[in-house]
Design a protein around this ligand. Structure first.
Ligand code: FES
Length: 652
C-alpha cells in the first residue's frame, strides 16, 4: 500500500509520507514555509494549517474527513485554553492518515509577505535577523556535569539545528533563574547576524514566551527624524512617528552644520548628542504609542545622508564638507545600540546601511533597496528631493548615482513667505488663465480657498505661509498664465496689468493671498522667490541630465519622486518648471518615503542587507562638483520650463 499523498497549498509542494507523520514534519521535509517557535510542542500555534476536504480534480485527490488524525490531548488543551479558529489544526499535532490537501495560511508562513499600505515598489519578505526559539534543556546531571549555558547551546543545536549559537555573561545571568523557573524550558531570542558571531542569544525567558519582539527603522533626515516600530514576528508596522531633527538649531542645512562643526570645538559632539537624544525620544514615543516596553526592541536600522550618518555615529563630518568628500566608511555597519547611546534592549543590534559616496548616503542606498532600479527592465530615474537631491538612474544593467545641491527652497526655506509643511501652509495653487485670480488649498483642510466654508474650516490654523509644494505650483502656474516670462521675470508683458502685481523697487511681487482682513499675513511670491526656485530646479535638472549623459540616453522610461516632499509634488507642475526631464506624465510616480521603506526592508529581511551591500558596490558614482557638464546643464536649465523642453507642455 502506498503512503498517503500530502499536497500543500499555496506552494503546491507535495510528497508521500508514512501514516502518522505530523503535518509539520512533512512540511519541513518538503521545504514548505510553515512557522514554529515552540518546536512542535503545541504551545505557540504558529504552525496552524487548514486541511481542505472534498474532491480536488486539479490535484488528483479526494480528501475525506478522516485524512488527519483526531485531535490529541495537546491540541485539545490548546483549543480549550486559547482557542483555534474553525477549520484550523495545529500542524505539529495533526498527523497524516490519508491523502490530504493542506493550506498554509499567510500568518503561518515564516517568510510571509508584509503587505505595504501605499503603492510602493515591492513587498517585504519577512526574514528578520532576530527570532524566537523555545527549547527544552537537559536538567543538570551529577554523573555528566555541564553548565547551563552549554546545555542550552546543545539544546538549540539539537532541537533547532542552530550551530555556533553563543551566549555571554548576560545570557548566563538570565539563564540560571529562567531555566529553574521554567522547569528546564525556556524561550530564547537569537540574533543571526554577521560580524558579531554567527548567532547570539540576546534574551532568555522562562517557559514559553508569547509576547512580542520588535525592531525600529529610522530615517535620520536633516529636517526630520522618522521612525517605524515593527513587530519582528509579523512584520507589521505597529507605530510610526517623527520629530524635528534638533540639529536644526546648529544650522538649517547640511553645509551649515558642517560649518558649525568646523568653527566650534566640540560642535560635532553637540550635534551627535542632539540627534541621539532625539532618536531616544522618538523610540520612547513609538513604544508608548504601541504600548510596549522599549527593552523589547531588539534591533534598529538607520539610514541618513552622509552628514547625518557621520553625526549619528559620532564621526566628525568636516571631511564631507570639502573635496574630495571622503567618507569615514562607506560600508554597512553592525553595532551595539549602547555604542551610540541608544536605550533599547541592552543587547540590541544596530544596522546602518552602506553609503554610496561622499554626497550620496545610506538614505539613497535605502531608496535603491526600496525602488530596486537594479532589478528594473525600464530605465528609471529616481529623485529623492530634499535639501540635497539624491538622484539614481539605472536599470538591471547599470545604476548611476549623484547628488545635486538644490538648497532648501523646495522645503519652503529662503522663500519670502515660505514655511515648513505644517497646518496652515499653502500646498496647492491654481490660477485661472482668464481672470488671473488664484485659488489655493492649505495643509489640514480639504477645501479650496474659493469654496464656501473655507474661512471657517481654516479658522484654527489660518493661512500662515507657503510650503515647498505650494511655491512650486505657484511659480509653475504663474508661468502657465503668463505672469512670468521664460526668464522668470514677474510682470511680463502678457499680464502687466494684473491687479495682483505689486511694485517692489525695480521688480514685482505677485499677491497670492491677502490675509490682512482675517488678521493673517499677506502671502506674496517675490522675484527673489522665483529666482530661488529657478536655482533649485536647475540644480535638480542638471544632476538628472548629467546622469543621462553618462548613461548615453536622452529619455528615461519612468521617473520616481521619492522623499516626503516628493510625495507632494505635482508631476505636471514639476514638468512645467523643468525640474525633471521630459517623460510621459503617467510615467511619473511618487514612492512616498522610499528611504524609510528601504530601512524597514533591511529591518525585516536580513538577506536584503546583503543585497543592498552588493548593489551599492556596483553603483557608479558621479560627482557633480567636478563635472564641467553639470554647469552647462545648470545654465541651460534656468529658463522656465528650460531651454530644451518643448514649450507645448505649458497648458495655458
Ligand atoms: Fe508550536 Fe505547533 S509548532 S504549536
Amino acid at each position: 500500500m502506498t503512503d498517503p499523498l500530502v499536497i500543500f497549498t499555496p506552494s503546491g509542494k507535495r510528497g508521500r509520507f508514512p501514516a502518522g507523520t505530523p503535518v509539520l514534519t512533512a512540511a519541513r521535509q518538503l521545504g514548505v514555509d510553515l512557522d514554529s517557535v515552540c518546536g512542535g510542542r503545541g504551545i505557540c500555534s504558529r504552525c496552524q494549517v487548514r486541511p481542505a476536504y472534498g474532491n480536488f480534480p486539479k490535484h488528483g485527490v479526494t480528501v475525506d474527513e478522516g485524512a488527519l488524525s483526531p485531535w490529541n490531548a495537546v491540541e485539545e488543551r490548546y483549543r480549550e485554553k486559547r482557542g483555534l479558529a474553525e477549520g484550523r489544526r495545529l500542524g505539529c499535532q495533526a498527523a497524516i492518515r490519508a491523502d490530504v490537501v493542506i493550506d498554509v495560511p499567510p500568518e503561518s508562513q515564516v517568510h510571509r509577505q508584509v503587505v505595504r499600505k501605499r503603492a510602493e515598489a515591492r513587498d517585504i519578505v519577512l526574514d528578520p535577523c532576530t527570532r524566537l526559539y523555545f527549547v527544552e534543556v537537559q536538567p543538570p546531571d551529577m554523573q555528566n556535569p555541564s553548565g547551563d549555558l552549554e546545555r542550552l547551546e546543545r539544546a538549540l543545536a539539537e532541537q533547532w539545528g542552530l550551530a555556533h549559537v553563543v551566549g555571554d555573561l548576560r545570557t548566563m545571568q538570565m539563564l540560571q533563574p529562567a531555566l529553574r523557573a521554567g522547569a528546564w524550558k525556556v524561550t530564547c531570542a537569537v540574533y543571526h547576524g554577521r560580524g558579531l558571531g554567527d548567532a547570539r542569544i540576546m534574551q532568555v525567558w522562562p517557559g514559553f514566551y508569547d509576547g512580542g519582539i520588535y525592531g525600529v527603522a529610522v530615517d535620520v533626515g536633516s529636517t526630520t527624524v522618522a521612525g517605524h516600530l515593527c513587530d519582528l514576528q509579523s512584520g507589521e508596522v505597529i507605530a510610526s512617528d517623527g520629530l524635528m531633527n534638533p540639529q536644526i538649531r546648529f544650522g538649517e542645512d547640511l553645509m551649515s552644520r558642517v560649518s558649525y562643526a568646523m568653527m566650534n570645538p566640540g560642535g560635532a559632539e553637540e550635534m551627535t548628542r542632539a540627534v541621539r537624544d532625539a532618536i531616544n525620544a522618538l523610540v520612547q514615543q513609538l513604544a508608548v504609542q504601541a504600548m510596549i516596553d522599549p527593552e523589547l526592541i531588539f534591533e534598529a536600522v538607520f539610514v541618513g545622508n552622509p552628514i547625518m550618518h557621520h553625526l549619528l555615529l559620532g564621526i566628525d563630518p568636516t571631511e564631507l564638507g570639502q573635496a574630495p568628500f571622503a567618507l569615514s566608511t562607506a560600508t554597512s555597519l553592525t553595532l551595539w545600540a549602547n555604542e551610540i547611546d541608544l536605550v533599547l534592549h541592552p543587547d540590541a543590534r544596530i544596522y546602518v546601511l552602506p553609503c554610496i559616496a561622499g554626497h550620496v548616503g545610506a538614505d539613497a542606498a535605502a531608496v535603491a533597496l526600496s525602488e530596486a532600479p537594479n532589478r528594473s527592465g525600464d530605465l528609471v530615474l529616481i529623485v529623492d528631493v530634499g535639501t540635497n537631491a539624491e538622484i539614481l538612474l539605472g536599470n538591471s544593467d547599470r545604476v548611476l548615482a549623484c547628488s545635486s545641491p538644490t538648497g532648501p527652497a523646495f522645503e519652503g526655506a529662503q522663500i519670502s513667505c515660505g514655511q515648513r509643511a505644517a497646518p496652515g501652509a499653502i500646498e496647492r495653487v491654481r490660477i485661472d488663465p482668464q481672470t488671473g485670480q488664484p485659488r489655493f488649498r492649505v495643509i489640514g483642510c480639504d477645501l479650496w480657498s474659493d469654496d464656501p466654508g473655507f474661512a471657517a474650516a481654516t479658522a484654527s490654523t489660518g493661512v500662515t505661509g507657503i510650503c515647498g509644494s505650494g511655491i512650486i505650483e505657484a511659480v509653475a502656474e504663474m508661468r502657465m498664465v503668463g505672469l512670468l516670462d521664460a526668464s522668470g521675470l514677474i510682470g511680463s508683458a502678457d499680464r502687466a496689468g494684473s491687479d495682483r502685481l505689486l511694485a517692489e523697487g525695480r521688480t514685482h511681487a505677485w499677491l497670492l493671498h491677502d490675509g490682512a482682513d482675517r488678521g493673517g499675513p499677506r502671502i506674496v511670491v517675490t522675484q527673489n522667490d522665483v529666482r530661488a526656485i529657478q536655482l533649485a530646479k536647475s540644480a535638480l535638472y542638471a544632476g538628472a541630465r548629467l546622469l543621462m549623459d553618462r548613461f548615453g540616453v536622452d529619455d528615461v522610461d519612468r521617473i520616481v519622486l521619492a522623499g516626503a516632499f516628493g510625495a507632494h509634488i505635482s508631476p505636471l507642475h514639476a514638468m512645467v518648471l523643468g525640474m525633471i526631464p521630459d517623460c510621459d506624465l503617467d510615467k511619473v510616480q511618487s514612492a512616498g518615503n522610499a528611504a524609510g521603506t528601504g530601512a524597514r526592508i533591511a529591518l525585516l529581511n536580513g538577506a536584503a542587507r546583503r543585497e543592498i551591500e552588493a548593489v551599492v558596490t556596483r553603483i557608479e558614482k558621479v560627482e557633480t562638483a567636478v563635472e564641467p557638464r553639470f554647469q552647462e546643464h545648470f545654465v541651460a536649465a534656468s529658463q522656465l520650463p528650460h531651454a530644451t523642453a518643448p514649450y507645448a507642455r505649458l497648458r495655458a
